[in-house]
Design a protein around this ligand. Structure first.
Ligand code: KIV
Length: 310
């Protein structure tokens, strides 16, 4: 059965109905398939991939080509969720024409359904141009990680006098410019609540309290893949770092003492026992490139003319 795609209109209707929006970051097709099954509304191919996948200290080194590569994988895996491609640092700040071309690549080459960019009023003209050209835009306000050096680190925003008002103005300006949703990151709950009331478009919070119209987390944080990283705003639903270490330890022990592979995990010359066929492609027999080893009954019969040649 084909499930219908979550669109920017679905998301707006969810806000109107008071239905919370569930969003997670996602970087590959396997996770996209699994998260789709859990009915995530939005999958964000975030530039956080620079930190959790590439091992950088900030999101700043991520390139547009890298985001496109991961977006393509996620778009292939997700049939229901709305897929957002993150505009990486300096892919939209240097000029409107470049930004338009880059956003277009995320949609055309990456298969994203919309793009996200960080910042408020300073990008109003760009957001208007994009939305008028058919590219839906998600805004991102507060602790915007691409401003790491400007902020002097990953610091909660919106606490200084006047800062809350500026954030509200930014949110209203983004909405007027045509943005369909806004991520609110690392700001006091009270400020997020005021912004959420001030705009008709959904707000999606991360470290912004419970009043937002939806929530987003980095999937690797939620799964506990880095057990040295435990900021206040993250809830870990799994301890995968521990479980992966345990599984890898068990595998290493089995390989070292010869317990893996067992007979049941091996092939023999007896065809009844699924021995590899002589004409099986070498890659299949050797289990190269992620394909399962081909046994006699995995392969189609050879055409008459080919028999005996290999
Ligand atoms: O890059 C990212 O993952 C993000 C989310 C944390 C909102 O921008």
């Amino acid at each position: 059965m084909k499930t219908s795609r979550v669109t920017i209109h679905t998301l707006r209707e969810m806000k109107q109905r008071g239905e919370k929006i569930a969003m997670l970051t996602c970087y590959d097709a396997t996770f996209a398939r699994l998260l789709d099954e859990s009915h995530l509304d939005i999958l964000l191919v975030g530039d956080s991939l620079g930190m959790v996948i590439q091992g950088h200290d900030t999101t700043l080194p991520v390139t547009l080509d890298e985001i496109i590569y991961h977006t393509r994988a996620v778009a292939r895996g997700a049939t229901r969720a709305h897929v957002v491609g993150d505009m990486p640092f300096m892919s939209y700040q240097a000029g409107i024409e470049t930004a338009m071309a880059n956003a277009g690549r995320l949609i055309k080459e990456g298969g994203a359904h919309s793009v996200k960019l960080e910042g408020g009023a300073q990008h109003a003209e760009l957001v208007t141009r994009m939305t008028r050209s058919g590219i839906p835009v998600m805004g991102h306000l507060g602790l915007t990680p691409q401003s790491f050096h400007q902020f002097g680190g990953f610091k909660v925003q919106g606490r200084e006098p006047g800062a809350a008002e500026r954030l509200i103005e930014d949110a209203v300006t983004l909405e007027r410019a045509g943005a369909y949703a806004i991520v609110l990151e690392g700001i006091p709950s009270e400020v997020a609540e005021r912004i959420t009331a001030a705009v008709a478009i959904p707000t999606i919070g991360i470290g912004a309290g419970p009043s937002c119209d939806g929530q987003v987390l980095v999937i690797y944080d939620l799964l506990g893949l880095n057990d040295t990283f435990k900021p206040r705003f993250v809830r870990t639903y799994e301890k995968l770092a521990t479980r992966i270490r345990t599984a890898a330890d068990a595998y290493v022990a089995d390989v070292r003492d010869g317990a893996f592979p067992a007979e049941a995990e091996s092939f023999t010359l007896d065809p009844g026992k699924r021995a590899p066929r002589a004409d099986a492609p070498l890659a299949a027999v050797l289990h190269v490139g992620g394909c399962a080893p081909a046994a006699v009954d995995d392969l189609p019969p050879l055409p008459e003319a080919e028999r005996g040649k290999r």
